[in-house]
Design a binder for this molecule. Structure first.
Ligand code: G6P
Length: 369
């Protein structure tokens, strides 16, 4: 055990630090200088994808959050309609399946009972085909799918998923680019997005360097009972994933909201005992987010802002902390901003002395309903 963990105290920490390698492996031989390479989805994949008119993405837990990011990406860049749903809901309702819809299952293990059952159920619902995005090649989900794109995270031991998530994002970014090109995205923009994806392993590596600052930040959470995470656009699911990590391993109650919803309820909870973590990439929604944060500050809430280097932010304007990140571009930013939130949850849990790799009541893979 200690040998496998090497210099790291827990598997989770080791797996967080493996992300640059895991993401690079997932992109390896699938994207070249001019973009996504042909036939990366398996035999007949490109032909089948050429017929896609929409996607239904099904998953659980962290994998579901990866699917939510993909919805923003695919709708933005490929202009195809995407719905994302947790498998335990999807399997028991009669989803409407328009002609030409691709069923996409995302799963680290490929053995999650609800995801597998949803995929089997999809067979009767008239999909164009099924695509598995999965980390375990010999798993049931992969065996039963028509097309597959394997994440290459390597074994993930920590119950709280980290490198599986960022490699899922890498795989979904490949799918996004493939579909975007097919659907006629402007060639210059396509090239720019593809260059961003090439930079992702390096950008994650840079984000990991924030660890010492995050260790300090973690102190602020140790005696807290609640935390709120905010994001907008594709960073809303990143906020959800950050709050899930904190819940899972530190047992602090955390919720995530799209920042524009703050005024519709959660603002009532904000006082000096409520740390509010905000993910602030650069982009058209930055000013909107800033005014959301202003509402938090006005109520005495403690703000912890993760902001893009390129985003103009007034450090003095935040009671709390401002951490700077080089997101490496608007497309890959969700994968990069995920990393400091993983580190935050990890270090809060370490300070609270919980069983980080084996949190109470949770299982790595939920193979029964
Ligand atoms: C469990 C794990 C989570 C994981 C979820 C889905 O709840 O604790 O970390 O995200 O299952 O697992 P899957 O293997 O299908 O991605």
């Amino acid at each position: 055990d200690a040998v496998e963990r090497g210099e790291y105290r827990h598997y989770m920490q080791k797996e967080i630090f493996e992300q640059p390698r895991a993401v690079a492996d997932t992109l390896e031989a699938r994207i070249g200088a001019n973009g996504v390479l042909p036939n990366i989805f398996g035999v007949g994949g490109d032909e089948l994808l050429a017929k896609v008119k929409g996607l239904h993405i099904i998953a659980c837990g962290t994998s579901y959050h990866a699917g939510m990011v993909a919805k923003y990406w695919i709708e933005d860049y490929a202009r195809l309609p995407v719905s994302v749903e947790v498998a335990s809901e999807y399997r028991y309702r009669e989803a409407v399946v328009p002609a030409g819809t691709l069923f996409v299952a995302i799963s680290q293990s490929g053995e999650t009972a609800d995801t597998l059952a949803a995929m089997r159920e999809s067979r009767r619902r008239g999909y164009l085909g099924t695509l598995a995005i999965c980390n375990v090649p010999e798993s049931s989900v992969v065996r039963e799918a028509d097309l597959k794109l394997m994440t290459r995270a390597g074994p993930e031991i920590g119950v709280a998923s980290t490198k599986a998530f960022t490699t899922q994002l890498a795989a979904l970014a490949l799918l996004t680019l493939h579909l975007a090109r097919q659907q006629g995205l402007d060639a210059a923009r396509y090239q720019e997005l593809s260059d961003q994806l090439h930079r992702l392993p390096r950008a994650i590596d840079e984000a990991l360097k924030l660890e010492p600052q995050i260790v300090e930040l973690a102190e602020r959470f140790v005696h807290r009972h609640h935390a709120l995470f905010l994001g907008r656009g594709a960073h809303y699911p990143v906020a959800l994933e950050g709050s899930l990590k904190l819940k899972e391993i530190s047992y602090i109650h955390a919720e995530a909201y799209p920042a524009g919803e703050l005024k519709h309820g959660p603002l009532a909870l904000v006082d000096e005992d409520m740390p509010v973590v905000a993910v602030a990439p650069n982009g058209p929604l930055l000013d909107k987010l800033k005014s959301n944060l202003q509402e938090v500050r006005a109520r005495g809430g403690e703000l912890i802002v993760f902001a893009d280097n390129a985003a103009h932010f007034d450090g003095n304007a935040t009671r709390g902390a401002l951490l700077r990140i080089d997101a490496g571009g608007d497309f890959i930013a969700p994968a990069v901003f995920t990393v400091p939130l993983q580190l935050l949850a990890y270090h809060v849990a370490v300070l609270r002395g919980t069983d980080v790799d084996q949190p109470r009541n949770l299982a790595k893979s939920v193979t029964v309903e």
